[in-house]
Write a protein that binds this ligand. Structure first.
Ligand code: NAP
Ligand code: 8YV
Length: 317
């Protein structure tokens, strides 16, 4: 397979780079002095793309007209224009399942941190306040008695629900349709879900369909005891509306692993006391990221050896 040319737009994990270098001829766009010149030189030879979060659309596909497959790192693939790929007859793959439990653990940790202000409590101790000023103030919120509304009850959403059940929380959900065999109450609209719960767990994918679906109306429906946790994609929340809702006390607090314009996080959000922020670390353990990287390699290898991918995105049928 060393005669097969692969494009790598951005750096990837060593586990990916080493295996791809051993199997294929890899062209690293990020190392090129002039990426456009590199694409002009090798574009016709490229048969596969290995990437993490780099945009893939018609503009790129036109420069690599013989591409057969885009192997994307991560389960979310909102950075890939799947319609453009289908039009160009290009397979798109992602890395589901191998990260599900890790991301659910992070989501639950983020929820606990947010409700009980654990990050703030640690800062209190580290900055000497415990010794100099006394105990950390009691938290206004508790996890006990909460009702969690899950927006996006898929693989990760269900793994979060299992954890929430163990903590005694009631669970409701919203998605595009009611799921067979799921007993949690279903809400056909996000606003109805927000009305029914006080803890909104966002684990839906990004993209145009979900963009800004958590807006002022939804936050008002969640109410003054409301906590928003976002482990899905930053684009799902109208960030300006969230900041306003937190500033006005429309909701109680928020825990965010993802943001609208990563890695930029608005100053106004960072100033708020009852907000916990994480730098998109949902899947970020070495073991899980390596498992995701292995899947990127396996998708490419399987495609070129057998003509079938291991984990195509659902739109591939
Ligand atoms: P999944 O199994 O496909 O679940 C996605 C869920 O969202 C499904 O239940 C689906 O239900 C719902 N959904 C999809 N499109 C929707 C829409 N337009 N409107 C409303 N609901 C919609 O995916 P997953 O493996 O659980 O991953 C979910 C997302 O988590 C990823 O797409 C990614 O953005 C995010 N993620 C974040 C991190 C992180 O590090 N923070 C890590 C991994 C994943 P219906 O089909 O019934 O609508
Ligand atoms: C990764 C993710 O952080 O899988 C996803 O959708 O958001 C995360 O697991 C991301 O893909 C890294 O680029």
């Amino acid at each position: 397979m060393s005669s097969i040319d692969i494009l790598m737009p951005r750096p990837m994990l060593p586990i990916v780079q080493e295996q791809l270098d051993a199997k294929f001829t890899v062209h690293r766009l990020y190392e090129a002095e002039n990426p456009e010149t590199l694409l002009q030189e090798v574009g016709d030879r490229i048969r596969g793309v290995a990437m993490s979060f780099a945009p893939v659309n018609k503009a790129l596909l036109d420069k690599i007209p013989n591409a057969e497959i885009v192997s994307s790192f991560g389960v979310g693939y909102d950075h890939v224009n799947v319609d453009d790929c289908i039009a160009a007859n290009v397979m798109v793959t992602h890395t589901p399942d191998v990260l599900t439990e890790e991301v659910a653990d992070t989501a639950f940790g983020l929820l606990l941190m947010t409700v009980r202000e654990l990050g703030q409590a640690e800062t209190w101790l580290r900055s000497g306040n415990w010794e100099n000023k006394g105990p950390f103030p009691l938290t206004g919120a508790t996890l006990q008695g909460r009702t969690m509304g899950i927006f996006g009850l898929g693989r990760i959403g269900k793994a979060i629900a299992r954890r929430a059940e163990a903590f005694g929380l009631d669970i409701h959900y919203h998605g595009r349709s009611r799921q067979d065999g799921v007993d949690y109450p279903y809400h056909a609209s996000l606003k109805d879900l927000a009305h029914a719960c006080d803890t909104l767990m966002i684990v839906a994918p990004g993209g145009v369909e979900t963009e800004h679906s958590v807006n002022t109306e939804v936050l008002e429906a969640l109410g003054p005891n409301g906590i928003v946790i976002n482990i899905g994609r930053g684009s799902v929340i109208d960030e300006a509306a969230l900041i306003e809702a937190l500033e006005q006390g429309t909701i109680y607090g928020a825990g965010l692993d993802v943001f609208e314009h990563e890695p930029r996080v608005p100053e106004a959000l960072l100033k708020l006391e009852r907000v916990t922020v994480l730098p998109h670390v949902g899947s970020a353990s070495q073991a899980t990221r390596n498992a995701m990287g292995q899947r990127v390699v396996d998708n490419l290898t399987s495609w070129f050896e057998t003509g079938k991918a291991v984990s195509p995105v659902p739109e591939m049928g």
